[in-house]
Design a binder for this molecule. Structure first.
Ligand code: ADP
Length: 240
């Protein structure tokens, strides 16, 4: 069963068509990179996947559960890191996580055990009592990932998670999420407009003007000696 299955999705803001004919899937343990220039429709897709917007057309299934008809089952399997941080800067790392765990209905003891586990996984155990304000951008992102994983989702969505980070932290974060994928069989949908965050064995989805301009294993999309950079430029250039 796919972790994520999107079929015939379309969405319009009034007369403005933001997404059309969108179908793709992400298998468990896969890292899917959703790449597209600004305005391609990435945020709209994330808003639909997280149920911020209601579906207008098409279907989204998370681990087989329909987001529209079985939202609780579907959302239980989904962890999200939004583009804008939603951490409380004046609370400690652990306090932020406890707050989120309570929202998910986890008991205090269970929450503590999972927080310990996730902070260790994110190599943040020693920063647990620090205020979020004292952390650098890369570490804040890791706290958000720890938070997104507290309820043990099988699919993790990251919307431009590396935005605003310096190049070294950006690549470290990207590597870190790939590790989670490999170690835990977590499916990941990573949206970005930066090509260097894509690797050859990723499932690549190139979104342009609301449509998928290309999809498949990244090495196939950028076939032979044609680099991914050239392919991306070609796929998104025509209508630019
Ligand atoms: P991306 O995240 O890839 O930059 P968006 O999903 O934000 O793309 O935008 C897709 C298209 O929808 C763009 O043409 C954008 O102008 C339009 N759009 C996005 N949000 C709104 C909105 N609230 N009202 C009208 N048009 C919007």
């Amino acid at each position: 069963m796919n972790a994520l299955e999107v079929s015939d999705l379309a969405f319009a803001y009034g007369p403005r068509q933001a997404l059309q004919d969108l179908s793709f899937s992400v298998a468990p343990g896969r890292f899917a990179a959703l790449l597209g220039p600004n305005g391609a429709g990435k945020s709209t897709l994330i808003a639909l996947l997280t149920r911020l917007y209601d579906l207008q057309q098409g279907e989204i299934r998370v681990l087989g559960s329909s987001l529209a008809r079985q939202p609780h089952l579907a959302l239980r399997q989904l962890g999200v890191v939004f583009q804008q941080s939603t951490l409380d800067l004046d609370l400690g790392v652990e306090q932020n996580l406890h707050y989120h765990a309570a929202l998910h209905g986890l008991g205090r003891r269970q929450a503590q055990a999972r927080i310990d586990e996730e902070l260790a996984r994110q190599q943040l155990g020693e920063r647990r009592h620090d205020k979020v304000r004292a952390l650098n951008g890369g570490h804040r992102r890791r706290v958000e990932i720890a938070r997104a994983l507290l309820h043990r989702p099988r699919l993790l969505l990251l919307d431009e998670a590396s935005a605003g980070l310096d190049p070294a932290s950006r690549l470290a974060l990207n590597r870190h999420v790939r590790q989670l994928c490999r170690d835990q069989g977590l499916a990941v949908l990573w949206t970005t407009h930066l090509l260097d965050e894509v690797q050859a064995d990723d499932e690549l989805l190139v979104l342009d003007h609301g449509r998928l301009a290309a999809q498949g294993p990244a090495q196939r999309v950028s076939a032979g000696d044609v680099s991914l950079t050239a392919t991306f430029a070609r796929l998104t250039a025509e209508q630019a």
